[in-house]
Design a protein. Structure first.
Lengths: 254, 204
């Protein structure tokens, strides 16, 4: 008996529709978030993440409606985020039906936001998302969808973020994101060593062995992926069967 | 059936409503003492901070009415922080009294494992459980918490192990509670909720 490693499909949205990740050459519509959510809920996803990658204030009501539509389909936990900069914006996302919210750019500029969110909603509802890229001998945190360098050491930032109140780390490797060449296990393991909270690995998911690696060598508590699930390249049931047969504790749903 | 969700600002109340709606059960929200009357069962959802929950119940004058409903025999289900609120005190808010349906206390889980305890875990059954009727022994349930009751005497019917062994399900007479979130635990969570509704006299 032990805590299962989680498999988490991620819906990157423009607020309303699921879109393919930014590193893909042909950006295209990848479907209706609520329809995908319903499918993953049945197929055995352990949790769902919905992000507003546009994160424009004008579109916020649309994204909140998307969260409501997605939450209505789920009997599993839902995490949502994108551009959250205040406690009120966080509350709106949780009220719309999310169990947890992610914060990224605003937290790195103002780490006390994490403390305020944790005081208001509890650490278990606050996920610190970090986009990191290898720069020389360390990983640097980037913000605004990975477009702006901060000069901040990503691992040190994760540690500080947890001290401030984050209850979980979602670490995305920008080097691996969209490449389908495997997760960045060194980055994920470094995060896992630096913090006492669960770590979700993101970026580079491909075949089942890449998940086996990130749960082993990468010490990840959860692994997140988007296109391999949306495009049915990898089925959730088959992935969990593969992991279970190799001794990884996963939740099987039949 | 007249199922009342105690409304005091808990974030997971809409999720519990949706999970019960999927079972074909209409619920009603109650945030005043009078609104608790005449119901077949009460549900106390909960996410967040023990002290904030108890102060919220206090501000709405709901502490005594909930205790009295339990004494009258109304079935009560506490979920997550709703389980913790049933104890006398919690390490999370040493100055705030709980509902004290159980004399023990809620403790911080020790930092010997990753916290919060976040994700899907299995249960260790120690006594026959009404909530777990028909639920496979190896089923996983969704947890998200850093505090837990380590002991509940004979009321503890199932335990979970993470950082320390802690109470995952409480059952004593008409009082039921889960440290996990049945409303977020897929089909097995739905089964736990329908098992509770059966205690309320419905078809479940």
């Amino acid at each position: 008996m032990s805590l299962a490693r989680r498999i988490i499909p991620c819906l990157d949205t423009d607020g309303e529709r699921v879109v393919k990740g930014v590193n893909f050459v042909n950006l295209r519509d990848a479907g209706d978030p609520a329809a995908l959510a319903a499918r993953y809920n049945v197929e055995g996803a352990d949790e769902l993440v919905v992000l507003d990658i546009a994160a424009s204030r004008d579109h916020r009501p649309t994204f909140l409606e998307t969260i409501r539509r997605v939450a209505a389909e789920l009997a599993i936990p839902l995490t949502a985020g994108g551009g959250v900069a205040t406690v009120d914006e966080g509350r709106a996302i949780l009220r719309a039906g999310a169990d947890k919210l992610t914060v990224n750019t605003a937290a790195i500029r103002n780490p006390t936001l994490l403390t305020q969110l944790a005081a208001e909603f509890g650490s278990q509802a606050v996920v610190l998302a970090i986009d990191a890229k290898r720069v020389n001998d360390r990983w640097e945190a980037f913000v605004r969808g990975g477009s702006v360098a901060t000069g901040v050491d990503a691992v040190a930032w994760a540690h500080q973020g947890v001290e401030c109140g984050a209850g979980e780390i979602l670490i995305t490797s920008m080097d691996k994101d969209g490449t389908r060449s495997g997760f960045d296990c060194a980055l994920t393991a470094a995060m896992s060593r630096a913090v006492s909270v669960p770590v979700i690995a993101s970026g580079g998911a491909d075949t089942p062995d890449t998940f086996l690696e990130v749960f082993g060598e990468g010490c990840a508590d959860a692994a997140l992926a988007a296109s391999i699930f949306h495009d049915s390249i990898q089925g959730l049931g088959a992935l969990k069967r593969y992991l279970s047969e190799r001794g990884v504790s996963v939740r099987r749903t039949g | 059936m007249n199922i009342v969700l105690i409304e005091y600002g808990a974030g997971n109340l809409p999720s519990v409503e949706r999970a019960l709606a999927r079972l074909g059960i209409d619920t009603r929200r109650a945030s005043t003492p009078g609104a608790l009357h005449g119901c077949d069962a009460l549900i106390l959802p909960g996410v967040g901070h023990f002290g904030a929950l108890m102060r919220s119940l206090g501000e709405r004058s709901l502490v005594k009415p909930v205790q009295e409903a339990v004494t009258r025999g109304t079935p009560l289900l506490g979920i997550c922080l709703g389980l913790q609120a049933m104890f006398a005190t919690s390490d999370e808010a040493p100055g705030d009294a709980g509902l004290a349906l159980f004399p023990q206390k809620v403790s911080a889980l020790p930092p010997s494992d990753r916290l919060p305890h976040m994700g899907w875990n299995q249960l260790r059954r120690t006594r026959p459980s009404k909530l777990l009727e028909g639920v496979p022994a190896d089923a996983y349930f969704y947890f998200a918490h850093s505090y837990a009751a380590l002991d509940a005497g004979e009321a503890g019917v199932a335990y979970c192990d993470h950082a320390a062994p802690f109470v995952a399900i409480l059952e004593k007479g008409n009082v039921f509670a889960t440290q996990f979130h049945p409303e977020k635990s897929g089909p097995v969570g739905a089964r736990v909720l329908s098992n509770f509704l059966r205690q309320a006299g419905g078809k479940g």
